[in-house]
Every structure is written in structure tokens, then in C-alpha cells.
Ligand binder design. Structure first.
Ligand SMILES: [Zn+2]
Length: 143
């Protein structure tokens, strides 16, 4: 696993600039101008109200959420450290995001745990390091 600092990671190009913002770091989604529904990733039309006149505005998503569910991956291709947790997180502004959840002991995760998004190194198809995201556990009091 990479030991890059937060600042090192933010020097990487986002794997997709429609998903990840660098300065400041955060996830990007879209919000419906009509019903307020928030999506990740961005959508061109609202999947909830489906009104053709509704605009989908690009928004920064809340960095905080709760584990909706997760699974612990124990077998992976060579070069991928295991075990790791793959989680679905319900962000505070209402949309669901799937990503790894950083933890030393994935078996201690629990549904509804409080988490925060953080930068992570992804690998491009050409095996180049690019900026992605994962979650980490935080205490209930932080946010
Ligand atoms: Zn809508």
C-alpha cells in the first residue's frame, strides 16, 4: 500500500475530473434544480423526478456519511493487499457512493459507522498513479 501523504496525493491528476475535485479535495455530484435530488456520479437528467426542464447543477458532496453496507475482500489479483473493505456509504446529502474503506481491521467495521471521504491513489489503465478516493472511519463527534 502506498505511503503517500495527503499533499502528495493531491498532486495527482483526478482519475475523472467529473468525480473528484483537487482544490480543495472532494467528490463532485449533481443536484436537481426541481426536486433537489443529489446524485453521484453527475447525471445529465434527474433519475427521481425525470422532469425534462430540470437542470442538474454540479455540487460538492458532503465529505461525511455512514456505512450503508460493506464486504471484506480476502482474495485479489497479485499486487493488491488483502484484506480490505469495500463499502457503500450514504453521504449526508443523500447519495450513495461505493469505495474502499481504509481500516487496519476490516472485520471490526459495522453498518452505520461514521466515515469521511479522503484522497486515495487509483491506477489508470496504463498503470499510472491518479487521484481517487476512499473512506475512513471517524468518530461520531466530528461531524
Ligand atoms: Zn429532480
Amino acid at each position: 500500500m502506498s505511503q503517500q501523504t495527503f499533499e502528495d496525493l493531491l498532486k495527482l491528476e483526478p482519475f475523472n475530473p467529473e468525480y473528484v475535485a483537487r482544490e480543495p479535495f472532494g467528490l463532485l455530484g449533481s443536484r436537481c434544480s426541481d426536486c433537489g435530488y443529489v446524485t453521484f456520479p453527475q447525471r445529465a437528467f434527474c433519475p427521481r423526478c425525470r422532469k425534462p426542464e430540470a437542470e442538474m447543477e454540479v455540487v460538492r458532496l458532503s465529505p461525511y456519511g455512514r456505512l450503508h453496507t460493506f464486504t471484506v475482500i480476502r482474495q485479489a489479483p497479485p499486487g493488491t493487499p488483502v484484506p480490505y473493505a469495500l463499502a457503500q456509504v450514504d453521504l449526508d446529502d443523500g447519495c450513495r457512493v461505493m469505495a474502499q474503506c481504509a481500516t487496519e481491521s476490516p472485520d471490526e467495521l459495522a453498518i452505520n459507522d461514521r466515515v469521511e471521504v479522503m484522497p486515495a491513489e487509483f491506477r489508470s489503465r496504463g498503470n499510472e498513479a491518479v487521484l481517487g478516493y476512499k473512506f475512513r472511519l471517524i468518530s461520531e463527534e466530528i461531524a
